[in-house]
Design a protein. Structure first.
Length: 137
């Protein structure tokens, strides 16, 4: 059985690639799950996740999924990556996406967005933490 974070990641990917505001800044083909600093810029890396039992039900059927997005641009400043962050926020503030796998999304929100300087000085980097409440359908 695939865990809930996969289905949250899949739904978020679908929202981002379907958003004209996001894809105007980042090509849909550059929104993916891959590791490290990307080779194509700009890009959004969807991937790292943490699942925490919410303790709301004895059967443990409700969990909190934290999903991390990494936003990347090829620029020494943070201007363009902040525009991408705004587009991501706008895309995820719409209707909640459906989940596959027999799960339902109870809540999806951005908990935190940080814009940090890449040590190389060549890239803009943003880190977005999503918070999703997931239950069994």
């Amino acid at each position: 059985m695939t865990d809930q974070s996969y289905y949250v990641q899949k739904a978020v990917h679908g929202v981002l690639t379907a958003s004209g505001g996001v894809t105007a800044l980042v090509p849909a083909t550059s929104i993916a799950d891959f590791g490290g600093v990307p080779t194509l810029f700009p890009s959004i890396i969807v991937g790292e996740a943490q699942i925490i039992d919410e303790g709301q039900r004895v059967d443990r059927s409700v969990v909190r999924v934290y999903l991390t997005l990494h936003l990347w641009t090829k620029e020494p400043s943070l201007n363009a990556v902040k525009k991408i962050g705004g587009a991501v926020r706008a895309a995820l503030s719409g209707p909640m996406p459906a989940l596959d796998g027999g799960y339902v999304l109870g809540d999806l929100r951005i908990d935190d967005t940080r814009y940090v300087r890449d040590p190389s000085g060549e890239n803009g980097h943003g880190v977005v933490t999503l918070n999703a409440l997931v239950g069994e359908a």
